[in-house]
Design a protein around this ligand. Structure first.
Ligand SMILES: [Zn+2]
Length: 311
């Protein structure tokens, strides 16, 4: 039986919110079985925990925010992506301000942070959301789809007609049975046109954005010293975001995702649409010898349909 996982002990990080520019202290704490991922604002007196769930998404402008009552938690997607990538089911995330720290704009610092304290198995069975039939949502010419698949794979088409984007791959796909999330996905950073940064700052977004936490692009080039981390860093960051946004379903997916120009809003629309279509998914557990499944702490096992039991 594949089991739920949490971290071995608490770990802290300090950074800034990319949109607020505010300093924030984040503490990740182990959580009991079936807790899920829960955010707690330590700076708001009496604030109730906010569950990392698609129905709690309150804003998707440039990042994904959660809100319950008047408690908001913002820019959760890169941390959520790292948690799916590492197979963490249960965690309490304490924040001393509204935003999860942006760190270097990728999910890699969160992976590093968690690996410094280690991951532990719990007794309860890990639950997956198994996609039973295709479901598609659209927004203008953007589209996002989930289909049945025995494992998890994702493909993404990134479209932007710009001399810099045109020099790099605009399509990428990954299959968790063969791709290392840590090596091939987690290090892909946020990116944007320097010109667009000014527009974002006019609506009080990206106030903490810099070349320390994003890839900046001018009319002709990537302006960061050192360039890109991977040739397909732009499209791979889009997949990193998809993984984080879809982990707000509360459990990892057994299925195949394909996105065409989808962003946080459409990713969330897909998650909400799936939850509403009860005939399109079911909860499943996975029978596998735990020791074999966790030899590589990063990769999900190759899932065979016969080994999945529906609960
Ligand atoms: Zn992102």
């Amino acid at each position: 039986m594949l089991k739920q996982r949490t971290i071995r002990k608490a770990v802290h990080a300090i950074g800034i919110g990319v949109h607020s520019g505010e300093k924030v202290r984040m503490t990740l704490r182990p959580a009991g079985e079936n807790t899920g991922i829960v955010f707690v604002r330590t700076d708001v007196k009496g604030a109730k925990p906010v569950a990392a769930q698609a129905d709690n998404v309150s804003d998707t402008t440039l990042s994904t925010s959660l809100g319950q009552a008047d408690v908001q938690v913002s820019t959760v997607e890169h941390l959520m992506s790292a948690l799916w990538g590492l197979g963490i089911d249960n965690l309490v995330v304490e924040l001393s301000a509204q935003e999860v720290p942006i760190m270097d704009g990728s999910a890699s610092p969160f992976v590093y942070l968690i690996n410094t304290v280690g991951i532990v198995e719990q007794n309860a069975a890990k639950e997956f959301i198994r996609i039973k039939r295709p479901i598609t949502v659209t927004q203008g010419d953007a589209q996002a789809t989930l289909k049945p698949f025995a494992g998890f794979k994702a493909g993404y088409t990134f479209e932007a007609d710009h001399p810099v984007y045109n020099r790099y791959p605009k399509y990428a796909e990954l299959d968790f049975s063969t791709v290392s999330y840590v090596e091939q996905v987690s290090r892909a950073r946020s990116f944007g046109l320097v010109k667009e940064l000014e527009q974002a700052q006019a609506i009080n977004k990206c106030l903490g954005s810099s070349l320390e936490n994003a890839v900046g692009i001018d009319d002709y080039n990537v302006v960061n010293e050192g360039g890109l981390r991977y040739d397909d860093e732009f499209v791979m960051h889009k997949l990193l975001d998809v993984i984080g946004d879809l982990y707000l379903l509360g459990r990892p997916i057994l299925g195949a995702f394909h996105g065409h120009k989808s962003g946080h809003a459409l990713n969330n629309k897909l998650a909400r649409a799936l939850l509403r279509c009860e005939d399109a998914w079911e909860l499943a557990t996975f029978e596998v010898p735990s020791s074999a499944a966790h030899e590589d702490a990063i990769r999900e096992p190759i899932l065979q349909p016969a080994a999945v039991s529906v609960i």
